[in-house]
Design a binder for this molecule. Sequence first.
Ligand SMILES: C[S@@+](CC[C@H](N)C(=O)[O-])C[C@H]1O[C@@H](n2cnc3c(N)ncnc32)[C@H](O)[C@@H]1O
Length: 225
Amino acid sequence: MTALLKMYASENCRITGIDLVASEIAKENFNGIPNTFFYSKDLLADLSDLGKFDFIYCQEVLHHTNDPKRAFLNLVSLLDNGGEIAIYVYKKKAPMREYADDYIRSQIAGLSYEDAMKVCYSVTQLGKELHDAGIKVNVPAVEVLGIEKGEYDLQRFIYHFFLKCFWNDQFNFHDNAVINYDWYHPQNCTRHTLEEIEGWFHDAGLEITQSYVDFYGITMRGKKK
Ligand SMILES: C[S@@+](CC[C@H](N)C(=O)[O-])C[C@H]1O[C@@H](n2cnc3c(N)ncnc32)[C@H](O)[C@@H]1O
């Protein structure tokens, strides 16, 4: 993400990347690239020593903190007047999918990587079998379960509305399992509604300039008045 920002920024623009644990990796990746700075920081801690920013982008981090709204407001406090912030957070999904996600996470969040991966291998095998079956299903809208009418590949149908069992033929089995692990293993993984995120922006005194919702997440951008 930092590389993308760097690509579109003017040459003398200073870009700062922060993460709880991954900043050293980024620092190595950017070794020698001017005007890029990386720090290990907790989004819930005092960040004032970083200075002020005219643009902040926070992708897929807030929902992994203990208090996503407080972490967001902490970032907003670093904006210059007229500065902008954009975030991406996970969206609340269909009720059965939410239930299964929470249940599986509760079963594996405390396990070691190896033991959690064993569980993820079985979930991945399920995703693969559903995909390999090559079945399409036509389903009616079932409002109480958040199911939208339409034709779905069987794996995608289960995936969207009942259980994350990721499978993509372009990756090998292990890499597919790691994607499922990445979803289920984090201790914190909150999901949010559009109204909730709009509320964060309003409470922070930001004008919402862009908002986009897909199956998985919410992207919102706002400007400090
Ligand atoms: C899904 S990754 C996203 C990484 C990166 N932003 C990206 O888009 O590629 C989630 C990241 O959140 C970081 N994280 C979790 N809790 C955090 C916190 N309290 N403060 C800062 N970073 C945190 C993790 O270390 C992890 O690198």
